[in-house]
Design a protein around this ligand. Structure first.
Ligand code: 5GP
Ligand code: ZN
Length: 114
């Protein structure tokens, strides 16, 4: 296993507040939430960045995006609106190199981001 924070959360070596899990995807609350809802949707298979995706990953990426929408719906923020973001590499501020979809909402969100 790579020395990866999110792989350790998936393996239950580090605790997290898990809000959804199936065979392929896990979702947990961000430790430093940027809104009333801030969930990270994470594939169980280690993929470092969006730059590392192949066509074989189309299914898991689709599942992640649909799970983000389902979580937003469960929390009552789907209609009002939410943001789903993948940060990639330095200029976007990626700090954990295991892809994750940020699902942020529950407050108005400014655009463009910083
Ligand atoms: P990135 O900057 O890579 O797009 O996002 C990484 C996210 O992981 C950040 O929002 C950060 O707050 C979150 N994070 C970092 N360490 C932990 C942790 O140990 N547990 C949880 N639940 N989130 C974490
Ligand atoms: Zn990982």
């Amino acid at each position: 296993m790579p020395d990866c924070l999110f792989c350790k959360i998936i393996a239950r070596e580090i605790p997290a507040s898990i809000v959804y899990e199936d065979d392929r995807v896990i979702a947990f609350n961000d430790i430093n939430p940027q809104g009333p809802t801030h969930v990270l949707v994470v594939p169980k298979r280690h993929i470092a960045t969006l730059n590392d995706l192949s066509t074989a990953d189309d299914g898991i990426v689709g599942e992640m995006v649909r799970r983000a929408a389902a979580i937003a719906s469960e929390r009552g923020i789907a209609t009002g609106g939410f943001r789903a973001v993948f940060n990639t590499n330095r200029d976007a501020g990626q700090t954990v190199f295991h892809i994750h979809l940020h699902v942020i909402g529950g407050r108005p969100l400014a655009w463009p981001p910083g």
